[in-house]
Design a binder for this molecule. Structure first.
Ligand code: NAD
Length: 478
């Protein structure tokens, strides 16, 4: 695969733009690429080109292109992984997981393209329609804008552009400014797989300019966005009648009930709290532990977290690399300091060197500490004791977010009680809040978003229903 040229793909051309976007290696700080940022005229041109893309491709062709693109990505695996590790600061293991998920998402969307269908409508129930036939077809919405966050530059991009293309749309992609390189690889793979050029446009650049122009444009019919709640709310406010699917922030809880299988649960919790340096929307940030097992969980987790290798993501064995920026690490340091100031005990970690934060574990999470309500997006986990189902549900539901919760519990009655009581888009029994197999519907409630991802849900959602009514005998005059 060739090195990215300008990274700006408009109306079938890798174009030059007036601005520049330097992309740094997140561990070394070295600038590894400088992409071109479009001017306002080029953003308009990209949307206009997408809007002129013409008749949708037949579904079989859409599926074949997605499958070929996945094969090409797989063939370029080593290049993709190296670029991913450099631009994110995540470990090669995190990169591999995400690339494998991306290939699966492309395959699942290819399958959805083939099964996209409408329904028969029993209009004969209405007077005068004995001889009518009515059915619906799913037709593409037209231009889909996809705006993605920095923390999953392969799989989140895939969860947006693969369903958009599977549904027959053209897509304009604006990746996160910190991690735009993986998007270039994905777009190249689609083009090499035979995707007609107008069906994909790639616009690297700042959200406040390029992204903002995109979401305000009246020809954009559907916006699929993953990012912070603040930007999601802004998009809803300025996007007019465009439909939106918004995957937003969280400070996800995971519950350990008194009968939890700790051998099974604790390694999963460590992974879900600290992988990608905690920069996952479903990362375990609040661990609500039944008071009967709180001491045991606290000491076992302290030992596990203390032993997590962190630092250089490319060093063998590293599990936690740097945060996306030094500013993000400073914010995490502040959140830890605030929790300690409110009475939490720092059990391990929490120190900072540049953008690297030592994996932090806290005991006690006062309800007025910022960590209890804000999203940390950092390798920081706080344990809080719970004494009853009521207390656990109240604490889990506190605050503005509602993405996913995990519940480790053997008692089915307790497990089902939590599935009813937790105000979340997903409740995961016997795994963490971060369990996310790609076929499942995935999305939050409250300030965590609206709509769901998952190929079987996103592909139909990125279409419109067209009703066809056929009268095969002229209606009688009465
Ligand atoms: P962010 O909101 O800062 O940026 C996300 C994207 O929005 C970027 O591409 C950015 O350029 C763009 N953007 C910024 N301002 C814009 C504007 N005015 N108009 C249009 N686009 C604009 O988020 P981030 O820091 O990249 O990612 C972290 C956030 O994403 C966290 O809050 C995290 O919880 C959330 N997230 C949620 C999920 C989920 O599934 N719910 C998954 C991953 C990340």
């Amino acid at each position: 695969m060739r090195e990215p040229d300008t990274g700006l793909f408009v109306d079938g051309t890798w174009a030059e733009g007036p601005g520049r976007l330097p992309v740094a290696d997140k561990y070394t700080g070295e600038v590894i690429a400088e992409l071109h940022v479009p001017g306002p005229g080029q953003v308009d041109a990209a949307i206009a080109s997408a809007a002129r893309a013409g008749e949708p491709l037949p579904s079989g062709e859409r599926a074949a292109i997605l499958r070929r693109a996945a094969r090409l990505l797989d063939e370029e695996r080593d290049t993709v992984l190296a670029r991913y590790v450099a631009e994110t600061g995540f470990t090669p293991a995190d990169a591999t997981t995400e690339l494998d998920r991306t290939l699966l998402i492309f395959e699942l969307c290819a399958q959805e393209a083939l099964r996209l269908t409408g329904e028969m409508v029993p209009v004969q129930a209405a007077a005068g329609h004995d001889d009518s036939i009515c059915f619906t077809m799913r037709v593409p919405v037209g231009v889909v804008a996809a705006i993605t966050p920095f923390n999953a530059p392969l799989s989140t991009v895939a969860h947006k552009i693969a369903p958009a293309l599977a549904a027959g749309n053209a897509v304009v992609l604006k990746p996160a400014e910190q991690t735009p390189l993986c998007s270039i690889v994905i777009v190249r793979s689609l083009l090499e797989a035979g995707l007609p050029e107008r069906l994909v446009q790639l616009l690297p650049g700042p959200g406040e300019t390029v992204g903002d122009q995109l979401v305000r444009h009246p020809d954009v019919r559907y916006i699929t966005f993953t990012g912070s709640t603040e930007v999601g709310r802004h998009i809803r406010a300025v996007s007019g009648l465009a439909r939106t699917q918004l995957e937003l922030g969280s400070n996800s809880p995971t519950l350990l009930w008194r009968d939890a299988d700790l051998e099974h649960a604790l390694p999963l919790i460590v992974r879900a709290g600290y992988r990608k340096a905690g920069q996952v929307c479903t990362s375990v940030q609040r661990l609500l532990v039944h008071e009967a097992i709180a001491d045991e969980v606290t000491s076992r987790l302290t030992a596990l977290v203390h032993g997590i290798p962190y630092g250089d993501p490319r060093a063998p064995g590293t599990q936690v690399g740097p945060l996306i920026s030094t500013a993000a690490a400073q914010r995490a340091e502040t959140l830890v300091g605030d929790a300690v100031g409110h009475g939490s005990r720092l059990l391990t970690g929490g120190t900072r060197a540049g953008a690297v934060i030592a994996p932090a574990l806290l005991a006690g999470l006062p309800e007025n500490a910022l960590l209890a309500s804000e999203e940390a997006f950092a390798p920081v986990l706080a344990i809080a004791p719970i004494g009853s189902i009521d207390e656990a549900a109240r604490m889990a539901n506190a605050g503005r977010y509602g993405l996913q919760a995990g519940v480790f519990c053997q008692d089915l009655d307790v497990a089902f009680t939590f599935t009813r009581r937790l105000e979340m888009g997903g409740v995961i029994i016997n795994d963490t809040s971060s369990c996310h197999p790609d076929p499942m519907p995935y999305g939050g409630v409250k300030d965590s978003g609206q709509g769901v991802e998952g190929p079987g849900y996103a592909v139909p959602d990125m279409t419109e229903s067209r009703t066809i009514l056929i009268r095969h005998r002229p209606p009688s005059p009465d």
